[in-house]
Design a protein around this ligand. Structure first.
Ligand code: ARG
Length: 442
């Protein structure tokens, strides 16, 4: 009747002209599929998540050339074994980084990310203890922190467009730092491995190891290690031995079993074989025991968030032992109803984390329940390690909902009267009996 409302809320009498309307919303950035992605002219100083590997080394140079931008590198130590951070830093600086920050985030990773996972018995898809999925939100949070500190406008990472990690990192940046932009060169630069190596050669970027065959794609931290690529993509191909870089092959593990006792206080693992240890060290020592005995090899088919079904080879020696011990102790201290209910929340927690939604409030809501249950998860669990298996053999807890006197076959009396059982059975089976009768089946 009287025109439409423009953006500032005023009524106008001008009829809307579709041509100018379209023109008004279209901008040079309109082909960008997400608002947090950086346009070419928005990039002047980039915080690059740098591992020292081929992709991120090529990227360090490529960003400087392609965007005419400065690069600050950030390398995060989450306990990946055998990394020499001086070498990584030196390489970044030689490739022209303004600076290379190396952050030891092992403590924070263990306390704030791995520990909640232990309390939630975190496992995605029956076998993946989420080590990468737990690490990414922390890495991205640190990227935001260091980008702000170093005056960067953009964060760059080396994830491909087919994986979960891009979701975890970019989801974190977009959530925590709406003012920062993201670039993901591997997603767009259309260089294959050979081109990357050629680029590296041309620009004097050292390439580690042989260049003939693509290596496994590895990601690791103190909670585990994954391998992807090569024959792993052939589902009918049983694992080649060379993929196992942490865990001893069970065939070669010692002939003598070893029992490890893990002690928990309120769901937190605090001691190993009676020795109190900080969480990082406890995880590392548990991993060593598992590795020696061939424990924690997982050959996993996985449904990624982006829809792909893939295969991963995981080596998770610490998680295989600590999750098993925690789960056992929790079951011992919980009632039948708690024990039936919590796995549903645990599964939802694991899914959120896997799916890159670490900052989703539901995660903390679930953790409130998980924490409450874990107040009683105190005691110790003995696990026997032998040629690839980890089996619970002993349990002890002041909070066990267990009474040996009641559980034994022989005795009657106290809180349990065997004479009362038939009355219970009659009432317990009432609805089933009625239903069968109504169906005419009895
Ligand atoms: N499939 C696992 C996950 O999505 C491991 C991914 C490892 N990441 C990597 N960039 N290699 O969490």
């Amino acid at each position: 009747m009287c025109g439409d409302t423009n953006l500032s809320g005023h009524m106008t009498d001008q009829p809307r002209d579709p041509a100018t309307e379209v023109h008004r919303v279209a901008s040079p950035d309109s082909t960008r599929v997400a608002s947090y992605l950086a346009g070419r002219d928005e990039v002047s100083r980039v915080l690059l998540l740098y591992s020292g590997g081929l992709d991120t080394s090529v990227m360090l140079k490529w960003i400087q050339d392609e965007y005419d931008a400065e690069v600050v590198a950030l390398t995060v130590n989450l306990g990946q074994p055998g990394e020499d951070y001086d070498v990584v830093k030196d390489k970044a600086l030689r490739l022209g980084a303004l600076d290379c920050h190396v952050v030891d985030a092992r403590e924070e990773f263990a306390r704030e990310y791995v520990l909640p996972a232990i309390k939630a018995n975190a496992d995605y898809g029956d076998g993946y203890p989420l080590f990468t999925a737990l690490g990414r939100p922390l890495i991205a949070k640190l990227a935001v922190e260091y980008a702000r500190k170093s005056g960067c406008d953009t964060i760059a990472h080396g994830c491909t467009g087919k994986g979960n990690d891009q979701v975890r990192i970019e989801g974190t940046v977009a959530t925590l730092a709406p003012e920062l932009k993201v670039i993901a060169p591997v997603r767009s630069w259309a260089m294959g491995r050979d081109e990357e190596i050629a680029y590296a050669r041309k620009h004097g970027i050292p390439v580690k190891g042989g260049t003939e065959a693509a290596p496994y794609s590895i990601d690791d931290n103190l909670w585990g290690r994954s391998s992807e690529g090569k024959w792993i993509e052939d589902l009918a191909h049983a694992p080649d031995d060379d993929v196992f870089q942490l865990v001893t092959r069970p065939e070669e593990a010692p002939d003598r079993a070893e029992v490890v006792t893990v002690e928990f206080e309120q769901g937190v693992p605090v001691a190993l074989n009676g020795e109190r240890l900080g969480l990082v060290e406890l995880i590392e020592r548990t991993a060593e025991l598992g590795m020696r005995h061939g424990v924690g090899i997982v050959d996993h088919i996985e449904d990624r968030i982006v829809g792909l079904k893939v295969r991963d080879i995981y080596e998770v020696p610490a998680a295989a032992i600590l999750l098993k011990a925690h789960k056992e102790l929790e079951r011992l201290t919980g009632t039948i109803h708690q024990n039936q209910f919590k796995p549903r929340l645990d599964q939802q927690w694991a899914y959120l984390v896997y799916a890159g939604l670490w900052w989703e409030p539901l995660r903390e809501d679930i953790e409130a329940y998980v924490e409450h249950v874990n107040r009683r998860v105190t005691g110790s669990i003995g696990i026997k390690l032998f040629k690839g298996s980890a089996r619970v053999v002993t349990r002890e807890s002041p909070n066990a909902v267990y009474d040996a006197q009641l559980a034994t076959f022989a005795e009657s009396g106290g809180l349990f009267s065997q004479q009362a059982s038939p009355g219970f059975i009659e009432i317990w089976s009432l609805q089933s009996r009625m239903a069968q009768r109504i169906r005419g089946e009895v």
